[in-house]
Ligand binder design. Sequence first.
Ligand code: G4P
Ligand code: NA
Ligand code: NA
Length: 194
Amino acid sequence: MELLKNKIVEEGIVLSDTVLKVDTFLNHQMDPFLMQEMGKEFAAYFADAGITKVVTIESSGIAPAIMAALHLEVPMIFARKRKSLTLQDGLLTAKVYSFTKQEENEISIADKFISEDDTVLIIDDFLANGQAAFGLMELVKQANAKVAGIGIVIEKAFQDGGKQLREQGVNVYSLARVSSLADNKVTFATEQIE
Ligand code: G4P
Ligand code: NA
Ligand code: NA
């Protein structure tokens, strides 16, 4: 998506060979026009997939997810993250390990919000090692619902998540695929994976 790629080139800061800072439009300050356009793009791509719910994880996934849900005309649910493992009734839960932060979180969604009749589009801001995506897929699976696909704002194609998900047959649609952050430079993947 050109609008997003331009924004990344103009405002993204390469913090290291593996981390891209985009806090001017995605992770802290948010650009509502860009969010809206990204929501439209996700909705158009998954238009014929029979989506009934959009699911994301707090906090940075919420904005692109609500815009995708708006254009698909379905509800959006965000999984909550917390560290403690307090048992509670009525929750779908999964463990998500972050290699970046070296910590494990439990993520959860109230089970009343997803049922076996649902076809879910998962949305997230970044795809790195795919742990968040696998955790969200696990929640959907626990509800006996279907995953129609995953929409990602920025995929770091040099990390393993996208490859693992696609090898499992998951339809991953990323609006920007970054192939390298070496030499303080953002390089986009040229091949389109759809
Ligand atoms: P994974 O789910 O793909 O395995 O990713 P990982 O554990 O590495 O990601 C942990 C957090 O770091 C996630 O945000 C993820 O979106 C974010 N992240 C990963 N790589 C980058 C990057 O290159 N740049 C930026 N800006 N963020 C990255 P989170 O902790 O869930 O926070 P939130 O922003 O959703 O609140
Ligand atoms: Na994030
Ligand atoms: Na996220």
